[in-house]
Ligand binder design. Structure first.
Ligand code: NAP
Length: 389
């Protein structure tokens, strides 16, 4: 029986993790759950999964949560420290890190430093603090398993191989809903259009990131840290059908690919039970229904976010944290209809330019990473005004 704590249990990954748990009650027990503000769903999850403790980010929602759980005797932790406290407990083995954004950094690092394995969905953690996370993983002797489908694919393609033979990692990208739109049309897309992903059903922020290709950029940085591969050996290929989840090319030109249905429960399940394989009733990939697989190079002229992410990753230090924070805020501003779709990479580029001028900190501490993230959050409104928004 593996005991799990889920940070972000009310989100898309959190809910799908609970579906996996529910399919294998003999294998998993949930002891910790958390949400930022969705108290209705968190309360329903408490009644269904009986955790020992839960964490709620938004303190103002605590009275509402207590009202929804009048007879529940478990502990409710609050605020960002509540997530860290939940992650530090010794009542579980694996943290499912499924919060969205840089808010995932502290609980994930806390879980690692207190000796827990991590199933990592929260890619922003590795983007902003990859050097610290990977150092802590090694120092604490814990296992970090990727949940992101691309990294799960690469992880599977690398099984039993030595790093020496790897020529390159090839991340596949659906290309998002605007793959073939021209720049003028791209500038006019609405949040509703951008939230319609062609192949995956995910939370709001990652769906917008997929449409701008920033998601693939975040994944390039994530892959760099997870697999310790130089950026020059990480490529992106547009593959609209999302049947191949990613590939590894070896020195001899042989390419290993992992294919499967576009269903996040598969990589979640694998991250939890690796190296085992569990049977399930998920939809199977049907080659005859699929019919064909297409491939194209990414167009970084129309989707500059991908190139910005490579740039930030190669610059290293605090630059990826700055890029990530600017992107989080720009996506929120786009969803709030304050900026247009093409303003998202524009704001990211602006933030990176300012940071370049102010000076990147190489090998930053956690406080310096979080300070860089906070600096973007404190400047963002004035940058928005600067571009007339
Ligand atoms: N969805 C996917 O298929 C998928 C695939 C690969 C990787 N990922 C990655 O997994 C992570 C989660 O994605 P998602 O799609 O599941 O997101 P989501 O549906 O938006 O859910 C986010 C979760 O995080 C919580 N949360 C929001 N703000 C928070 C904060 N400041 N501190 C702590 N928790 C907070 C939310 O609580 P409330 O519900 O209360 O707001 C919710 O439980 C992201 O990093 C994403 O890139 C997702």
């Amino acid at each position: 029986m593996q005991r799990l704590t889920i940070i972000g249990s009310t989100g898309s990954i959190g809910r799908q993790t609970l579906e996996v748990v529910e399919s294998f009650p003999e294998l998993f027990k949930v002891v910790g759950l958390s949400a930022q503000s969705n108290v209705e769903l968190l309360a329903r999850q408490v009644r269904r999964y009986h955790p020992e403790a839960i964490a709620l980010g938004d303190e103002a929602k605590l009275p509402a949560l207590r009202q929804l759980l009048p007879d529940w005797a478990g502990e409710i932790l609050v605020g960002p420290q509540g997530f860290e406290e939940l992650a530090s407990r010794d009542n579980y083995q694996t943290l499912v890190s499924a919060a969205v954004g840089a808010a995932g950094i502290r609980p994930t690092l806390t879980a690692i430093e207190t000796g827990h394995d991590v199933a990592l969905a929260n890619k922003e953690t590795l983007v902003a603090a990859g050097h610290l996370i990977m150092k802590a993983v090694k120092a604490c002797g814990v296992r970090l398993r990727p949940v992101d489908s691309e990294h799960s694919a690469i992880f599977q393609c690398l099984e039993g191989k030595t790093k020496k033979g790897i020529a390159r990692l090839i991340l596949t990208a659906s290309g998002g809903p605007f793959r073939s739109l021209d720049p003028a049309a791209l500038a006019k897309v609405t949040p509703e259009e951008a939230l319609k992903h062609p192949t995956w059903n995910m939370g709001g922020k990652i769906t917008i990131d997929s449409a701008t290709l920033m998601n693939k950029g975040l994944e390039v940085i994530e892959a760099h840290w997870l697999f310790e591969i130089d950026y020059s050996a990480i490529d992106v290929v547009i593959h609209p059908q999302s049947a191949i989840h990613s590939m590894v090319e070896y020195a001899d030109g042989s390419i290993m690919a992992q294919l499967g249905p576009a269903d996040m429960r598969l990589p979640i399940q694998y991250a939890l039970v690796y190296p085992e394989r569990l049977p399930n009733n998920f939809h199977r990939l049907d080659f005859f229904q699929l019919g064909r697989m297409d491939f194209a190079p990414p167009d970084t002229r129309r989707f500059p976010a991908l190139a910005l992410a490579y740039e930030a990753g190669k610059a290293g230090g605090t630059m990826p944290a700055v890029m990530n924070a600017a992107n989080e805020l720009a996506v929120a501003a786009f969803l709030a209809r304050r900026i247009g779709f093409t303003d998202i990479p524009r704001m990211v580029e602006l933030a990176m330019g300012h940071h370049q001028n102010e000076g990147i900190i190489t090998e930053p501490t956690l406080d310096e990473v979080l300070a860089a993230d906070g600096w973007v959050r404190s400047q963002f409104e004035s940058w928005l005004r600067g571009i007339g928004r």
